[in-house]
Design a protein around this ligand. Structure first.
Ligand code: HEC
Length: 125
């Protein structure tokens, strides 16, 4: 399935090489934007391991020391689905004011969607 999907994806990318350059793959984006602090495995780094994060309540990794701000938002019911992750990754400080994730946010919608698709495939529960 994955091979077929990537083969199909290659067709338009080959036809429009300029497009292929403007939006890096979700995996590339994850590595360059998130990889210093997170993996899609369950190992904590600067940030919590993201294995299974999609569909999970916020601040659910027990071995990770979340900020009080994140714990409070979790107690209020914050759960990571596509919509809440979209908002958080676009503007972390707006969704979790006072949170400890030092990331400015990904403003570019096409990049953010590519990143979310990668997370859905690799960090879903
Ligand atoms: C400089 C380090 C850093 C970078 C870069 C970073 N994060 Fe984080 N991330 C953190 C920290 C620290 C937390 C915990 C935040 C808190 O407790 O307030 C966190 C929390 C999260 C959470 C909530 C996890 C949970 O269990 O509730 C998600 C989801 C997340 N980050 C995804 C990402 C993604 C995707 C990227 C790349 C676009 C990214 N982060 C970039 C450090 C980082």
């Amino acid at each position: 399935m994955r091979v077929l999907a990537s083969a199909l994806l290659c067709v338009p990318l080959l036809a429009f090489p300029a497009l292929a350059q403007t939006v890096p793959s979700g995996e590339q984006l994850f590595r360059s934007q998130c990889g210093a602090c997170h993996g899609v495995d369950s190992r904590n780094r600067v940030g919590p391991g993201l294995a299974g994060v999609l569909g999970r309540r916020a601040a659910a990794v027990e071995s990770f020391r979340y900020s009080n701000a994140m714990r409070t938002r979790a107690a209020e019911g914050l759960t990571w689905d596509e919509a809440t992750l979209h908002a958080y990754l676009q503007a972390p400080k707006q969704v979790v004011p006072g949170g400890s994730m030092s990331y400015v946010g990904m403003k570019d919608e096409a990049r953010l969607n590519a990143l979310l698709a990668y997370l859905k495939e690799n960090a879903g529960s």
